[in-house]
Design a protein around this ligand. Structure first.
Ligand code: TYD
Ligand code: MG
Length: 500
């Protein structure tokens, strides 16, 4: 097969122009020298206003934005026969050069939802919405070292075992490194085909020839197309490579997984630009120092979003954790003050999470507010509410707040638990170990109902909790089995019941 990696060498003596068409053609005076030319013409386009430039510059002169120019390939114009293409005289000339496409009625479209491939890695299948959809493109994002390559290799091994041929293209690691990892996870990845390659044309040609059921590209930041001048990993390259992989997935029916790195800041030429292109986006979350990882679907054309899968990183790869609450509650010290439990909803699944607060006498200067897994401004708000409505003074206290287990708490349902934990730390009195707090706290100190409270209560009961504190209005009329429901109207009401 012809190696697409081979670029065209053009003898400059012949007649060579630079790749940028605007301006006079540049004719080189050097003869007998060969010169590498990119295959296609490229331009730099501003991502803000769309203005086009022949070469890169720091600032877009049209809209004045900095660092917004991204390289892209210019599609060759189709030659239009019969006169100037500028002539716009009615619909006919507008349609010149096009061809008529079929427009079936929806009832004439046949076929059912494609059967999904199960990997047998339960949490992974769950996050995808029940397995891998053939012909889809899935992005796995996350910080370096969090386990993206590991899970892909595990998925590859399982797919091979189920009879779906898999090609693993790694631009980051040598074949030997991948092999060593495979030995470590020991899940029979022997049949997975390996390709150590960074040239996208070669990856696509190889995959096209082998036609595997699944192609994995690790990572999108290391592959490049020879059609663009930019280095691998820059926005133009990442976007173009992803777009081509997507086209390949749709045309061939091959499922394509791509790995994308994000930094702590969440930025750089990273998966953010890819999210629009791909069908499904899975993000790995969690502290790399802890041994468990959350895999969250932030976009899914074939399933619900915000669904999480929980894994534990072990000696032999990532193991699904069937009961996340157990994991997050595992090391709970029962009699420490400042600890409260809430029931969060992660996607469709309720999860019990511990919140730890520590209020300690401040040293010099402004007291500190340090949070992990919780919005700092939300904490400031809750402190102000506790101060104003319940008379708990924090102005002389440093406050530390930690959502245990690397969970990021995004919904306000945890407010009540945060307030309880803060008060518990100030009074230095432990909360009942078997209590769960669910509710949003308003500026007036009122406790508000949150969504899907019955599922949260059910999870609390499942985990052996005995009492759930929640907004009075949210207490289900039917009550609940095995747990006592305590309705509270305000923060003062809550503190009176807990510490009176
Ligand atoms: P990796 O999948 O290489 O991360 P990424 O591709 O996201 O950069 O995982 C790297 C970490 O996982 C590394 O610190 C080692 C650890 N690890 C284990 O603890 N157990 C294992 O079985 C494997 C394969 C990796
Ligand atoms: Mg990796």
């Amino acid at each position: 097969m012809l190696n697409p990696n081979v670029r065209e060498f053009v003898p400059l003596g012949a007649r060579t122009v630079t790749q940028h068409s605007t301006g006079a053609p540049f004719v080189s005076l050097l003869s007998r020298v060969t010169f590498i030319m990119p295959k296609s013409k490229t331009v730099y386009r501003c991502t803000e206003c769309g203005a086009e430039y022949p070469r890169w510059q720091g600032r877009c002169e049209t809209c004045g934005e900095w660092n917004t120019l991204v390289e892209e390939v210019v599609a060759p114009k189709v030659a239009v026969s019969g006169g100037s293409s500028r002539r716009i005289a009615g619909a006919r000339s507008l349609a010149e050069g096009g061809s008529v496409a079929a427009t079936p009625r929806l009832r004439e479209v046949h076929g059912s939802e494609a059967k999904r491939w199960k990997t047998g890695l339960d949490e992974f299948d769950f996050v995808l919405g029940g397995g891998i959809v053939p012909g889809s493109m899935i992005l796995i994002g996350g910080e370096p070292g969090i386990g993206k390559s590991t899970i892909l290799l595990q998925v590859a091994a399982r797919l091979e075992a189920n009879g779906h041929a898999t090609l693993y293209a790694s631009g980051e690691e040598s074949a030997l490194q991948v092999k060593l990892r495979a030995d470590r996870i020991g899940s029979g990845a022997d049949d997975v085909s390996l390709l150590s390659e960074t040239n996208l044309e070669t990856v696509l040609a190889t995959s096209g020839a082998a036609s595997p059921a699944v192609l994995m590209v690790d990572s999108i930041q290391t592959v490049f197309t020879a059609d663009l001048e930019g280095a691998p990993g820059n926005v133009g390259q990442v976007r173009e490579c992803a777009a081509r992989l997507m086209r390949y997935a749709k045309e061939s029916g091959t499922t394509v997984f791509v790995v994308g790195h994000v930094t702590k800041g969440g930025g750089i030429a990273g998966p953010k630009t890819l999210e629009h292109i791909v069908d499904t986006v899975l993000y790995f979350e969690g502290e790399s120092t802890l041994d468990h990882r959350l895999l969250r679907a932030t976009k899914n054309r074939f399933g619900s979003v915000d669904e999480i899968g929980v894994f534990r990183m072990s000696q032999s790869g990532l193991e699904p954790v069937a009961n996340p609450s157990e994991l997050f509650m595992g090391d709970r010290a029962s009699h420490a003050s400042g600890s409260a439990v809430t029931a969060l909803l992660e996607g469709t699944r309720p999860v019990l999470v511990e919140i730890q607060a520590l209020a300690a006498k401040a040293g010099f200067g402004t007291p500190q507010r340090v949070t992990t897994g919780f919005d700092g401004r939300r904490l400031a708000l809750l402190l102000a509410v506790l101060d104003k409505r319940a008379g708990l003074a924090f102005s002389q206290l440093d406050v530390f707040l930690n959502v245990v287990g690397g969970v990021r708490m995004q919904e306000p349902a945890g407010d009540l638990a945060v307030a309880a934990a803060l008060a518990s730390s100030v009074y230095d009195r432990a909360l009942p170990v078997d209590a769960v707090f669910v509710g949003e706290v308003g500026l007036g100190g009122e406790v508000r109902p949150v969504s899907q409270v019955e599922r949260r209560i059910a999870e609390a009961a499942n985990m052996g909790m005995k009492r759930v504190f929640l907004a009075e209005r949210a207490v289900p009329r039917r009550g609940a089995r095995d747990v006592e429901l305590v309705g509270v109207r305000t923060i003062q009401d809550l503190l009176r019941r807990l510490f009176a």
